[in-house]
Design a protein around this ligand. Structure first.
Ligand code: HEM
Length: 508
């Protein structure tokens, strides 16, 4: 699949900012720019996003960076980002980081160019797989995978071992998407090392990110060879999975079943076997990396904010009562737990930027002319910290920012962890349901003890993850989980003051 790069090593169709922004010189860039190399002084190959956050604070709501022969524009001010959300004038841009994944997933849903027919076809075939009915069908499987995590964590409690949060969240979310989407079990919790699919996936994501920071892929030939092996591993894993399904049948209503069986409702077209392979890899990757990061950051903040954890536990105990298996509808009722997730995704949107391109010549924010096809990265991680929107204390973790009234007071398009427009995340509800359910279960079962010496470090490989996060767990007493905590005044915490009979809690 040589289509994705040109002889210069740049993705086909890549436009450096000089070509698209007639008044580029008015957009600030970091000081100490070097000829040929660009803005490399003080920048790290491993943390491009965190470097961009630093520059953003110094350079303002729109700025540019240059690495070798490529220049990019970054946008994060709320007004400019809102302008870029205008679907009439802007569309998704399959930019560097994403285009680098095309050798792996080609015209799969996430990496397809807007004009490629397989995007609409796959979108229409798969969208019902994320409907409310489909999600309710996935719910028992999500619960079953969460049980495996809790078995694993219970053993850690018994042996007094700290748990590896990002590692275990990755196992959980991979098993969840594999099981709900494709009826597959990677056996992640039974393995001492990551499944080879996960190793190959991390390899390809890391390689795709590296390509952004080298002048030509010729400099990383060994890594390119490893990447080819990784891609072969991903393909063969998925081919085995599809073969097994075709032989055994079943799986009606899951994503693979839809891909193999469903014709487009209007055109009657079906996905080709090659495209099915690309979509399965897309969903296995997109469906777990970002959610595992979101859960990991949320657990980090919960361990650092015991008062938030207590309030969330009170909610879980009140809404779920003693039921061992909360039902589908009981998950969306954990409103405070959901705010914790939103606030974690605000501070660390695990897909920390997305790219938008001008459909026609236009002027961004009434100030910056752009030619058709010119593009910029919306730096979500900084948009979510814009002090004009989030206040001078934007760095502070505070789930009450997502209290409905506070949300109503904020301008539109200021919280975008799932992207925007027609190409926004198709798995948003899936991710939020899974993550809220799992946080609820974990809050109900454990107290999270953090290592006081741990300082949050964030690793970047296209998505974000708290590096080296470990927690010491204690089991809550079964009684505590069954009974809503009672405050000194004798009222049930977290309960609205009207009803709440402690005997008939199920009615709450
Ligand atoms: C917290 C979890 C998640 C976050 C933060 C997230 C974030 C995003 C973002 C920002 C985009 C837009 C990218 C762009 O504009 O270039 C996107 C697209 C996408 N996401 Fe997610 N995602 C999450 C979970 C999931 C899950 C669970 C699935 C699948 C089950 C999924 C599948 C996809 C797919 C297929 C696309 C491409 C959609 C299209 O272009 O039509 N994501 N996601």
């Amino acid at each position: 699949m040589a289509e994705a790069t040109t002889g210069s090593g740049l993705p086909k169709g890549f436009r450096s900012a000089e070509q698209g922004w007639p008044e580029l010189s008015r957009i600030p860039h970091p000081p100490r720019r070097l000829p040929l190399l660009g803005d490399v002084l003080g920048a790290s190959r491993r943390t491009p996003l965190q470097d961009s956050l630093r520059y953003a604070r110094k350079l303002g709501p729109i700025f540019r960076r240059r690495a070798f022969n490529r220049e990019f524009v970054f946008v994060w001010g709320a007004d400019l980002a809102a302008d870029m959300a205008d679907e009439a004038r802007f569309a998704k841009h399959v930019g560097l980081g994403i285009a680098n994944l095309r050798p792996v997933v080609g015209d799969g849903l996430f990496t397809a160019f807007n004009h490629e027919p397989n995007w609409q076809l796959a979108h229409d075939v798969l969208a019902p797989g994320f409907s409310r009915e489909a999600m309710a069908g996935y719910h028992p499987m999500m619960l079953a995978v969460a049980d495996r995590l809790m078995d694993h964590w219970d053993r850690a409690v018994v042996t007094g071992r700290a748990v590896d949060v990002p590692g275990d969240m990755t196992k959980l979310t991979l098993e969840t998407i594999a099981r709900t989407g494709f009826g597959h079990d990677f056996g992640s919790f039974e393995r001492s090392r990551p499944h080879p699919f996960v190793t190959a996936m991390v390899g390809t994501l890391t390689y795709a990110q590296r390509l952004n920071t080298v002048p030509t892929p010729l400099l990383i030939r060994r890594a390119a060879r490893r990447n080819r092996d990784d891609i072969a591993r991903l393909n063969s894993t998925v081919d085995d999975l599809v073969r097994a399904r075709t032989a055994s049948g079943g799986g009606e209503g899951d994503l693979l079943g839809r891909m193999l069986e469903t014709a487009h409702p209007e055109t009657g077209e079906r996905l080709s076997p090659e495209n099915v392979r690309r979509q399965v890899i897309t969903f296995l990757v997109a469906g777990h990396e970002t959610t595992s990061g979101a859960l990991s950051f949320a657990l980090h903040y919960l361990s650092r904010h015991p008062e938030v954890a207590e309030r969330a536990r009170a909610e879980v105990d009140r809404v779920w009562g003693a039921t061992a298996t909360p039902g589908y509808d009981q998950v969306a009722r954990l409103r405070y737990v959901r705010r914790i997730l939103d606030e974690s995704l605000r501070l660390w949107p695990t897909a920390p930027a997305f790219a938008r391109e001008a459909r026609e010549d236009t002027v961004l924010g009434g100030d910056h002319p752009m030619r058709r096809g010119a593009w910029a990265l919306v730096l979500t991680a900084m948009l979510h910290r814009d002090p004009e929107v989030w206040g001078a204390d934007a760095e502070r973790f505070d789930p009450d920012r997502f209290d409905p009234q506070a949300v109503r007071m904020r301008p539109a398009h200021t919280f975008k962890p799932f992207g925007t427009g027609a190409r926004a995340c198709i798995g948003r509800q899936f991710a939020l349901h899974e993550a809220t359910l799992v946080l609820g279960l974990l809050l109900r079962r454990y107290e999270f003890g953090s290592d006081p010496d741990y300082r949050l470090r964030v690793t970047e490989r296209l998505t974000l993850m708290p590096e080296g996060l470990r927690l010491r767990l204690e089991r809550r007493s079964p009684d505590a989980a069954r009974r809503p905590p009672v405050s000194a005044s004798g009222t049930v915490e977290g309960a609205p003051s009207d009803v709440r009979c402690p005997v008939h809690r199920a009615a709450n």
